[in-house]
Design a binder for this molecule. Sequence first.
Ligand code: SAM
Length: 246
Amino acid sequence: APGLHIVATPIGNLGDITLRAIETLAKADLIAAEDTRVAAKLLRHLGLETPVVPYHDHNAQTMRPHLIERLQGGATIALVSDAGTPLVSDPGLKLVQAALDAGIPVTAAPGPCAAIAALTLAGLPTDRFCFCGFLPPKSAARQTALADLAAIPATLLFYEGPSRLAAMLGDAAQVLGKREAAVARELTKLHEEVVRGDLADLAARYAMLEPPRGELVVLIGPPTAQPAASAQDVDALLTAALQTHR
Ligand code: SAM
């Protein structure tokens, strides 16, 4: 169907491409891709020859009006990023906004997303979670950003590069205090690994190790609730205390 299609692609395992993603990429007049070489590799794997144009942070401003014009002319355009779901720490938001403003139909072929895959494996609460993307690379700004998130009663999800993992976990342990946490690495790939534990322990562990290889998601559980003692609890405590002094 004409319009803008947001198409998720694999985060490592090519088998994760969905049937609808393949169909959408096959039928599109044009694929707008974060990196045309990465997209070309996927298309080759799928045996598709749909034309690809670049759409990334550096050319988006000039490319966007061109894409909107094509869409207004009735074209079907698929947006893909290098891996996973476009717009999730990836380009695409302004293109979607421009398409919506122009009254162009926007639809999604949903699929892989590293944050969601990590959430399902971490063993941390899933009823409420907050995707926080990449933290600032410098420690002072990172600590400020973490402090802004400290009171959120939800599992926090971060994308992080391996070289910054230890420093990030150290800042998180310092700012957020005692929490359960997990590091999910190389999801859907050969060396998939999820390390779970106390945030401070994970920080200490990665501070000792060489930076791990590959891509990773850091998950930090919600603040541990300190439930206010109920009247009944107080009664029981007092009774117990009095009994020991009888
Ligand atoms: N749009 C993508 C998505 O839906 O997951 C995320 C793009 S963002 C630029 C790339 C980051 O996602 C990586 O630095 C890493 O934190 C995370 N990531 C991507 N693939 C991953 C994988 N296979 N395992 C763990 N984390 C991954």
